[in-house]
Design a protein around this ligand. Structure first.
Ligand code: HEC
Ligand code: HEC
Length: 481
């Protein structure tokens, strides 16, 4: 019952208790792999996961309607099993019949000894306050007054000064949520769900309950409305990168007003888990790209969140922050593209890249471990980056080329391919330990056209199928099976 009713308690929960013995059988089939046989969060897959699967033996649950420090209600457990936890590997289990989910609830409780004998105490949400200019202003004021920004940062990007020290109750590092990305909130993205988290806290993490810190109970709603205003509720990811024609000089400054006028395109990144060393918990989960071209140049404006600007430091085990745009060095006709992880011997890629250590550069690559930086005259890309409030903005510009058949060329109207890579050096990412996207189409739009070209669905399907084959082939290669 998301988002309805005045009480925090789900009215849907008027159900008979489940059967723990039946729950055990389902648990062993569906949950054990992550949560472990003993329910201690140490399943066979657990070492690969961050955040770690919940240890049920402590009775500590993040997403509750119960008061701070209290056990969750059966309805809370039932709900989270159905919905899963966005931004983590915890899937939603709506595929299971309700009866099975009730049996699971009953079984999970047995892991915590006698803890669940005590009746949970449910918190009530203060009366709902709709979002308005006044509510947002009050929310912002409270956000600063109760120091949400210490952990979450001034713009809410999870980059506050306390961020590096935060650990959960099991001793694992835990990052403050990026409040501009509410679709990654564990307990849901609605204002009501956010308000509930502020009332109850996230047990087992440094995120406390705030119901006693606000001046008036309804401040919880003002802060929740403010959090919601920091970013969209859902992210619409792009399928193609249209490059717009512009007249005259393209500004180098990533903060120039010009760039705000260009439409943003968002691309999801995933951890690199094909080649060693793998990255199961990538820091950068998306890039936002704006692209334009002029008579002579093409330019990419790239925005991504990173909590700390970092440089290589062996003592701190940090590396340079980096981002790269990948292109086929010799774009073929049709749908054949180089292997998405930096190409291979027969099909090389060119990287236009930026690093916090060396600035803008270019590299040729025939594989993730075979990246050769270009030097001197061969580097044609220029640009610069700025960092503020947990976010980088970068401009990379390059001549559109065409004269030299061995160089990248960006002709108007053709479907070219582009992919993205990112490294958060402060989180220890370097080399193959990074995040990357799949290939996307890029197309320079005809001047004066204001409708982006739509790729025929069949082309999309065929390429997606080919990519899957490539990735499977690579997995088989790396697993030797
Ligand atoms: C692929 C791994 C994976 C599988 C399979 C999985 N979980 Fe989880 N589960 C997680 C992770 C990771 C978390 C912790 C996420 C976090 O702390 O933000 C979690 C957390 C939970 C929580 C805690 C919710 C809270 O409020 O703290 C419950 C309850 C739960 N899982 C139940 C189940 C049940 C029941 C199943 C089987 C039907 C299951 N999980 C299967 C990974 C998994
Ligand atoms: C001491 C550090 C700290 C402070 C102060 C703090 N938070 Fe958090 N917050 C966290 C951490 C850590 C998480 C992530 C927990 C996790 O992923 O399990 C989090 C998560 C969240 C979430 C996501 C909830 C979800 O469902 O995943 C929201 C929303 C949030 N905080 C809002 C706030 C607001 C608003 C304030 C101020 C009233 C605040 N936080 C103060 C550390 C903090």
């Amino acid at each position: 019952m998301r988002g309805s009713g005045a009480s925090l308690v789900s009215a849907a929960w008027a159900q008979p208790a489940g059967d723990p013995a039946k729950g055990k059988a389902i648990y062993e089939q569906k949950c054990l792999l992550c949560h472990g046989e003993k329910g201690d969060g140490n399943g066979p897959a657990a070492p690969l996961l961050d955040p770690r699967p919940r240890d049920f033996t402590k009775g500590k649950y993040k997403i509750r309607t119960s008061a701070s420090g209290r056990l969750p209600t059966d309805a809370d457990l039932f709900r989270i099993i159905a919905e899963g936890m966005p931004g983590t590997s915890m899937p939603g289990w709506k595929v299971l019949p309700e009866k099975d989910r009730r049996d699971l609830v009953a079984y999970l409780k047995t892991f915590a000894g006698d803890a669940f004998k005590e009746a949970p105490k449910v918190s009530d949400l203060p009366k709902e306050v709709a979002s308005s200019k006044e509510s947002l202003a009050r929310g912002k004021e409270m956000f600063e007054a109760i120091e949400c920004n210490k952990c979450h940062g001034n713009a809410g990007r999870g980059d506050g000064p306390s961020m590096p020290e935060l650990k959960d109750d099991w001793g694992n590092p835990v990052r403050p949520a990026n409040l501009t990305k509410s679709w990654t909130f564990r307990g849901g993205a609605s204002a009501r769900e956010v308000a509930a988290r502020l009332v109850t806290g996230l047990m087992g993490t440094p995120m406390p309950s705030f119901i006693d810190s606000v001046e008036k109970p309804e401040d919880v709603w003002h802060v929740a409305n403010y959090v919601k205003s920091l970013g969209p509720e859902k992210m619409d990811f792009a399928t193609i990168l249209p490059v717009r024609a512009v007249q005259g000089e393209i500004p180098d400054d990533p903060a120039a007003k010009f760039w705000e006028g260009q439409p943003p395109h968002h691309f999801p990144l995933a951890g690199q888990v094909i080649a060693d060393p793998r990255n199961f918990n990538p820091s950068v989960d998306m890039v936002t790209v704006r692209a334009v071209y002029s008579e002579s140049e093409i330019a990419f404006h790239v925005t991504w969140d990173d909590p700390t600007p970092s440089k290589p430091d062996p003592k701190a085990k940090t590396f340079a922050d980096q981002v790269a745009l990948q292109f086929a060095t010799r774009p073929g006709e049709g749908n054949e593209r180089p292997y998405v992880l930096a190409g291979d011997g027969s099909n090389p890629v060119t990287l236009l890249r930026w690093s916090s250590e060396g600035g803008v550069g270019e590299a040729s690559a025939t594989g993730i471990a075979k990246i050769t930086p270009r030097t001197g005259e061969a580097v044609k890309a220029k640009g610069k980056a700025v960092f503020a409030d947990g976010q980088y903005r970068l401009v990379i510009k390059r001549p559109r080329g065409g004269a030299d058949p061995n160089d990248l060329a960006f002709p108007v109207g053709r479907f070219l391919s582009v992919a993205f890579m990112a490294w958060d050096g402060g989180a220890g990412e370097t080399g193959p330990r990074m995040a990357f996207s799949s290939w996307y189409y890029l197309r320079l739009e005809e001047p004066g056209s204001n409708k982006p070209y739509i790729i025929p669905p069949l082309v999309v399907l065929v390429t997606a199928a080919l990519e899957l084959l490539v990735i499977r082939g690579a997995r088989r290669r790396t697993h030797g099976g």
